[in-house]
Structure formats: structure tokens, C-alpha cells
Ligand binder design. Structure first.
Ligand SMILES: Nc1ncnc2c1ncn2[C@@H]1O[C@H](COP(=O)(O)OP(=O)(O)OP(=O)(O)O)[C@@H](O)[C@H]1O
Length: 627
């Protein structure tokens, strides 16, 4: 209640969230959510929860969660998504990735709902009661308007905070869960801010936790405890006062507190944790005799936090490399931090709340209507920018990929192929996939982009030498066509029609070298030939191995495959084989990688593609924008 006579200033939760989002170091790349798709998603969930008795009994007549999910998805498509796609076909033209994103979110949300209903059913059965899906559906309230008046002695008037929670689930024990149906980009700081504000607006006590579930499009669930939120709330209040423009001027109150309120940024607890990490790092460095000045604000990437330090006078930069093990112990890290020396020293510490980089958050490189696009997705850097390796470039026309089991090597290869497929037509790209382990390119089998069926080297009819010979023949044929042109690109321009780039991708190529000495030497000769002339003719190799050693990275491969992608390796020796320096042994698995063409290796997080998204892309139903 506003007891003063001054009218209150109204401000919305989304205004506050937006401020935090813009200031967030981890707002990453990605596309803003698209209003029409976001609204459809909201409507679709609301409509599922308000299904008729007949629809509910159809959904829950199945015997398993999978049956329920399938039925829910079917209903969602029939009632909402199908009519929406049909009615907006023109407006959705060229927005395949966004629609796919929406469908992924629907998949995630229906599974989540089905699991909740299943839990409820189990509980009812345990209590000896009859499962009543309607009763549970009614525990969800959609589009819940929230309103809270805030006052402060340092404010000129009260502020009314308003917002609409997409959905609120209230369980009988009083536990509440706010559900946000987000489809666009986000940051943990902004999400926490929203949770803190909702917690306060719902009048939850300090001892109560609040769960926030979002679909981005993958489900992300955060359980935020009340005590932690309390801290964030008081800091957010300062920001709210500032945004509403109600902070008293110096004339009306003492100067000092005003300065603090106006200048102190509203930092959610995530930043505090990083501050604490920085403090621990500083003291561990000091203990190791590596006293240093922390020069810039730490940068928060999806996988790690980067601290940049300058050694104090008289301390050799190399000394920092030697204290990685001590830092690991003192900071209780899973692996020693990655330390790199450049104009300053960077120390990367793993994030306790590591984030994935979903495909939907990445803007694919633009494709040319005639030439297509030769850029392979490498990963997202600490600056939030997508790094690509250009197959048309002399520094990255063939790529060598290495990483131990579980490092994310196969996923990286699959995403690299998906990126190329999504930004080329079948006239602009042909893929040759070699799969010695038989598991890497399963989903590619029916892709229209395949130049030939996936090659399984163990099979009787699979002659690997023949596959490479065919590529060499094509290369020679193209060389003849290239007479008078300096590049494939010039030839395409001259003809006015595409000539497909051929990308040969091979998981665990070391297995190909296990044959006889003569086969091994024949493959080496073929790779050398392709290495020398393939770039100009638009034929490229992406070869991967689990064990980078002298045996697998032979002279021919070392010389002819200039672009290097190194995921986590088992030792510094392996890292040296690929990059000529250590570092990759301290990466954090799951797509954490170093990439090098010219210059020093740089660290990126590989883009994550769900199975469902990948299948749709391989089938050719997702196409990037053209320039
Ligand atoms: N970019 C990524 N983002 C998030 N998680 C990832 C990413 N890449 C891989 N992972 C996770 O790491 C696991 C291992 O990945 P992957 O199967 O590609 O490893 P690998 O190096 O090919 O191992 P192996 O050689 O044993 O097959 C995956 O199941 C996935 O959960």
C-alpha cells in the first residue's frame, strides 16, 4: 500500500530483466525470441493444460511416459502448431531454424509435463487414490499477473513492480514453481533476477525455494533458494529505484548513501561467486610466488571464467604455467586451469554452472545463393562470438580434429557437417562420410547431401582406397575445368551455376591405418595428393582421431591438414602433437576445445545440437539465410 500522497511509479519485471541481461557478461550470442513463435508456444502449453476430459483421457490412457509425450505432441500439433504453421506459411518462409527451435521446445515441454503428471500419478497410487489428471492440470495457473509496491526511505515515491508469470504451479505442500516459456536468448544473471523478483512478488519467505523452469528451447531448470534470493533482492531494489528515477537528489539527502545507491551495479549472486573465485585465485597465486595484478574484469564464458593478470615486477610469466596444479588443488577444480601467456596472462577456471551453447542460439554464417558457404562451425568464444573455419582459406582448407573418448569429438564432427548442410544446397555441397566406429554418422544415412552411401571401413564391400581414389579423380577432372580460372569460385562465377564442394569427413581415421603397411602408405600418398591440390578444386578433408601420436599424425597429415581442432586430450604430449604446445590436456571435455589455423590456439565451446535438430538438418529441412 502507498501510504504517502505521492503517486507511485510503475515499472515492469521485464524492464529490470532487460537491464540485467544487457549488462550480463554471459548473454552470449543468439537470436532474440520471435514474438509470434513465443506466443504460439505459450498458447500451446496453456491449451494442453486446459484439454477437454476426452483429450485428457486420450493422453493418459497410454501405458508409459513416452506414450503420454507422443499423445501430447500429437494434440499440440493438431490444435495449435499445425493451424499456426498453415496460417502463417508466408510469414514463416526462411525461418526454418526458428520453427525447429519451437518444435524442440514443444518436445522438451511435453516431456517435462508428462513426467510431472507421471510423478503425480505415482503419488496418487501410493496414497491409494484414483489418478485424476484434471486435478493436477488445475494446479497450473497460466499468465498470472503479479504486482508489488516497494518503498524506500531513499526514494522520492513508491515504485509498483508489475509482471506476468507465464505459468505458476502450486503444489499441495505449498511449494511453487514459476515456469517461463522462453524461446530466445537468455543469461543466468537475468534469469536469476527474474526469479528473485517473482519470489518477492509472490510473497515467498526466505526459507522457501522457488524453481524456475525455462525452455530455451532445451529445458533448463533452476532451483533458487530463498536465502540466496534475499541478497539479490536487496541489490535489485537499488537498480529498480534507479530505473524508476525515484532516488532522492543530493539536496534532499546526504551525499554518501546516494552515491552508493546510484553507482553500485545490481550484481546478482553469480557475480559474487566469481568475485570469490577471483579472491581464491589471487591468494593461491600469491602462495605459489606468482603475485599479480588482476587487470580487467573477469569474463564469463559458457564453460569457464577467464581472469586476466599481469605478473608483478621480477616474476617470469612462465612461472605461472608451473602453478596450474597448485591452483587446481586450492580452487578444487576437476582439472588444472588452462593458462595462456600473451600480452597478459589469462587463467581460465571452470564454471561451477557450466552452460551449453545450443544450436538455436547461434547465427549461422550467411550463405551465397550461387556459391553456398564454406564455413565450418568451430565453436563460441569467450567473447560470445561464433568462430568458423573457412574451407576456402589456405589456413583451414583441410581440418585435423583430435580428442580423447568423451571429449565431444564425434559431436563436433556431426555439428560441423550439420552447419555445412544448413548453409548449402545439395548443388553446393556433397558429403563423403567415413565411419570406422559405425556410430558417428548414423543419422546421415538418408541425407540427400551424401555423395555416396556412408562408408563403413570394416565392411567387405568398403574399399577405402577406392573412396580416396574417386576423390582424386574428381580433383583432377576439376583441375582440367579450372584452366584459365584462379579458383573454384571464379569458375562458378563464370559458369553461373554451382559446383558442389565435396567435404570428406572421417571419424577415427587412425583405424584406416591399421591395415597392411602397403595400405597405410597408399592412404598417405592419397592424402598428400589431396592435400596439395584439393583446396583449389573444392575438395576438403576433415579427419579425426582419438589418439594424436607420431603413428597417427604422420608427416603427410601434419603437412597437409593445416586447420586444427583439439578437444580434451589425455596428455600434454598429445596436445603438442596437434598444436606444438601443451594446453588441450586441461580442457573440460564435452566440446571444450582449442582451435588453431594461423596464430596461437584459441579456446571455444562447441555448439550443441540435439538429435532431433540434427536429423532435421541432415534431411535438408533447415536452411540458413542467404546474403
Ligand atoms: N558441444 C557440446 N556441448 C555439450 N555437451 C557435449 C558437447 N559435445 C559433446 N557433449 C557431451 O559429451 C558426450 C561425449 O561426446 P562424444 O560422443 O562426441 O565424444 P567422443 O569424443 O566422440 O567420444 P567417443 O570417441 O568415445 O565416441 C556427449 O554424449 C555429450 O553429452
Amino acid at each position: 500500500m502507498n501510504n504517502s500522497n505521492t503517486p507511485a511509479v510503475e515499472i515492469s519485471v521485464s524492464d529490470v530483466r532487460q537491464q540485467i541481461y544487457c549488462a550480463s557478461p554471459n548473454n552470449g550470442p543468439g537470436k532474440a525470441s520471435q514474438t509470434d513463435l513465443g506466443t504460439t508456444f505459450h498458447r500451446l502449453i496453456a491449451s494442453l493444460l486446459h484439454s477437454s476430459e476426452r483429450e485428457l483421457s486420450a493422453i493418459f490412457s497410454g501405458a508409459s511416459i513416452d506414450d503420454w509425450v507422443a499423445e501430447m505432441q500429437d494434440l499440440a500439433f493438431r490444435k495449435e502448431l499445425g493451424p499456426f504453421l498453415e496460417g502463417h506459411a508466408a510469414a514463416l518462409h526462411g525461418r526454418g531454424a526458428a520453427v525447429l527451435n519451437l518444435w524442440t521446445a514443444v518436445g522438451e515441454a511435453t516431456r517435462w509435463l508428462a513426467e510431472l503428471f507421471w510423478e503425480h500419478r505415482q503419488w496418487q497410487l501410493r496414497e491409494g487414490r484414483h489418478f485424476n489428471p484434471r486435478e493436477f492440470a488445475d494446479w497450473f495457473q497460466n499468465e498470472v499477473p503479479l504486482r508489488l509496491e516497494l518503498t524506500d526511505t531513499n526514494w522520492t515515491c513508491p515504485v509498483v513492480l508489475t509482471g506476468i508469470a507465464d505459468s505458476l504451479l502450486t503444489l499441495p505442500q505449498g511449494r511453487r514453481c514459476v515456469i517461463e516459456y522462453k524461446l530466445g536468448k537468455t543469461s543466468p544473471e537475468a534469469d536469476l533476477c527474474q526469479a528473485a523478483l517473482y519470489h518477492r512478488m509472490l510473497g515467498e519467505g526466505e526459507t522457501n525455494s522457488l524453481a524456475v523452469v525455462s525452455f530455451l528451447p532445451e529445458k533448463s531448470e533452476q532451483l533458487v533458494d530463498g536465502a540466496k534470493l534475499g541478497e539479490a533482492q536487496s541489490e535489485l531494489k537499488a537498480l529498480i529505484g534507479k530505473l524508476a528515477g525515484v532516488i532522492k537528489t543530493p539536496a534532499s539527502r546526504p551525499a554518501e548513501p546516494q552515491k552508493a545507491a546510484a553507482q553500485k551495479p545490481a550484481t546478482p549472486p553469480v557475480s559474487k561467486e566469481i568475485g570469490e573465485l577471483g579472491r581464491l585465485l589471487k591468494s593461491a597465486l600469491f602462495e605459489a610466488g606468482c603475485d599479480a595484478t588482476f587487470s580487467v574484469t573477469p569474463i564469463l564464458g559458457p564453460t569457464f571464467v577467464r581472469f586476466t593478470v599481469t605478473p608483478s615486477r621480477g616474476i617470469a610469466p612462465k612461472k605461472f604455467l608451473r602453478c596450474a596444479d597448485l591452483l587446481q588443488v586450492r580452487l578444487q577444480l576437476e582439472r588444472p586451469p588452462v593458462i595462456q601467456i600473451g600480452s597478459a596472462i589469462t587463467i581460465d577456471l571452470q564454471r561451477p554452472d557450466r552452460q551449453i551453447v545450443p544450436w538455436s542460439s547461434v547465427e549461422l554464417p550467411k550463405s551465397d545463393p550461387l556459391h553456398g558457404c564454406a564455413k565450418v562451425l568451430v565453436g563460441v568464444g569467450i567473447d560470445g562470438k561464433l568462430r568458423t573455419a573457412d574451407l576456402a582459406d589456405t589456413a583451414s582448407y583441410h581440418l585435423l580434429v583430435a580428442g580423447t573418448s568423451g571429449s565431444g569429438k564425434s559431436e563436433w564432427l556431426r555439428t560441423a557437417v550439420a552447419g555445412l548442410i544448413a548453409s548449402n544446397t545439395t548443388e553446393q555441397l556433397q558429403v563423403v562420410a567415413i565411419d570406422p566406429k559405425r556410430v558417428a554418422f548414423h543419422d546421415l544415412r538418408d541425407s540427400p547431401y551424401l555423395r555416396r552411401p556412408v562408408v563403413f571401413p570394416g565392411d567387405e564391400d568398403a574399399d577405402i582406397l577406392e573412396v580416396f581414389d574417386e576423390l582424386i579423380d574428381e580433383m583432377e577432372r576439376r583441375y582440367v575445368m579450372l584452366q584459365g580460372c584462379s579458383s573454384l569460385s571464379e569458375l562458378i562465377d563464370r559458369r553461373g551455376e554451382p559446383i558442389p564442394r565435396i567435404v570428406c569427413v572421417c571419424d577415427e581415421y587412425a583405424d584406416l591405418m591399421l591395415g597392411s603397411a602397403s595400405q597405410r602408405s597408399a592412404i598417405e600418398t592419397q592424402i598428400t595428393r589431396l592435400g596439395a591440390k584439393a583446396r583449389a578444386s573444392g575438395i576438403h578433408l576433415i579427419l579425426a582421431t582419438q589418439q594424436p601420436s607420431r603413428k597417427t599424425i604422420t608427416g603427410a597429415i601434419q603437412t597437409n591438414l593445416p586447420g586444427r581442432v583439439g578437444l580434451t586430450m589425455t596428455s600434454a604430449t598429445e596436445s603438442r602433437m596437434l598444436f606444438g604446445e601443451p594446453g588441450a590436456e586441461n580442457l573440460l571435455m564435452k566440446g571444450d576445445l582449442l582451435y588453431k589455423d594461423i596464430g596461437d590456439p584459441k579456446r571455444y565451446q562447441a555448439v550443441y545440437l540435439s538429435d532431433q535438430e540434427r536429423r532435421a538438418i541432415y534431411a535438408g529441412s533447415v536452411v540458413a539465410e542467404t546474403v
